[in-house]
Design a protein around this ligand. Structure first.
Ligand code: PHE
Length: 346
């Protein structure tokens, strides 16, 4: 082996390698080239194998030439690598670009059903007067739904509540939230300020103002020295908070077996302001709830001494409260789950 041959082979390797590197278009190809040319079992190593056959004085020359070839190739690999890898990164960045100006996908947000919303609005007002919310069962017994509320089995007042019965003797679907009064009185000591929202059921012919399923919010206050004036003042404050500070209210005689005296609580017509119009039946007033002083018999059933304690109770329909507020004329809308109606309450 001659020095000239070896030098020629080295130059050929350099030229060949630089051409291959120059045309490599991705990092993986460059890595393979690097290994193939400069690796332990690579082409440079095999060219240098011929060094052993050279005269001793020629060997350093070949060594120097080989180092030069190695450095040029390394530099070329590095340079080409930077180029193709930079291109790869740029291509990836371009492909994976996020257009931050694209409008986001809206997250569909749920909303409270208007019946629920109404009950929360009512509770929020009474909470300010210290009322606490309680739950009471939807499946009641005849005693609590009627008898302990001063409605004996054959009392004609039962006709006021068309009842749905359950397949268990003495059980029924509560026709109102008033049995909750008994349950609260039996479990709490006065002073009592209870709010009892919940679903009620009646065997009704369904029309624009009657449903077989609806909600009520019951209120009960029991303490020493509670009077009808407290009831009137509280309900007046409630009506003003719900419908506006300027709204006038009135009590009208009413009848419920479990309150004595009983009243209907009216607010001036929200449409005509009290003048009289078709919306209020030309009376100028709209009834928003029923109320009264808790009957002494009911206090006794609740385990309280009527000589010592007095109380008042009221019951309202949250759907009706909302209907008056928004001029809704058909109660059935609250049960049909038509989104065109429900979405107006966001
Ligand atoms: N429970 C009565 C009803 O359904 C409403 C009411 C509650 C009246 C409390 C007076 C006191 O119709």
């Amino acid at each position: 082996m001659e020095l000239a041959d070896l030098t020629r082979d080295l130059e050929a390797l350099r030229a060949d390698a630089l051409a291959a590197i120059g045309s490599a278009s991705d990092g993986a190809t460059l890595d393979a080239l690097g290994l193939d040319i400069l690796g332990k079992k690579g082409r440079l190593t095999s060219v240098l194998r011929g060094i052993g056959g050279l005269p001793a004085e020629d060997r350093p020359k070949v060594g120097a030439a080989a180092n030069d070839v190695r450095e040029t190739i390394q530099a070329a690999l590095a340079e080409r690598g930077a180029t193709v890898r930079g291109g790869e990164l740029a291509a990836r960045l371009a492909a994976e670009t996020v257009d931050v100006t694209t409008p986001g996908r809206p997250i569909r947000r749920g909303a409270l059903h208007p019946s629920m919303e109404s009950m929360r609005e009512i509770a929020a007002i009474f909470e300010q007067f210290g009322f606490v919310t309680y739950e009471s069962p939807e499946i009641e017994d005849d005693r609590t739904n009627f008898q302990m509320l001063n409605i004996p089995p054959d009392h004609p007042a039962r006709d006021l509540w068309d009842t749905l019965y359950v397949d268990v003797e003495g059980r029924l679907l509560r026709t109102h939230t008033s049995p909750g009064q008994i349950r609260v009185m039996q479990s709490e000591r006065p002073p009592i300020r209870a709010l009892l929202p919940g679903r009620c059921f009646r065997y009704e012919a369904i029309d624009a103002s009657h449903a077989s399923e609806f909600f009520q919010v019951e209120g009960l206050m029991v303490d020493e020295g509670t009077t009808m004036a407290d009831l009137k003042g509280l309900l007046d404050q409630f009506a003003k908070a719900m419908y506006g500070e300027d709204k006038r209210t009135r009590f009208r005689p009413g009848y419920y077996p479990f309150t004595e005296p009983s009243v209907a609580f009216d607010i001036e017509c929200l449409v005509c302001g009290g003048v009289g119009c078709p919306a209020c039946g030309r009376t100028g007033w709209m009834t928003i709830l029923g109320a009264g002083m808790v009957h002494p018999v009911v206090l006794q059933y609740g385990g309280l001494d009527p000589e010592r304690y007095q109380g008042f109770a009221f019951g309202m329909g949250p759907e009706r409260i909302k209907m008056l507020k928004h001029g809704i004329t058909d109660l059935r809308l609250f049960l049909e789950n038509d989104l065109r109606f429900l979405e107006q309450f966001r």
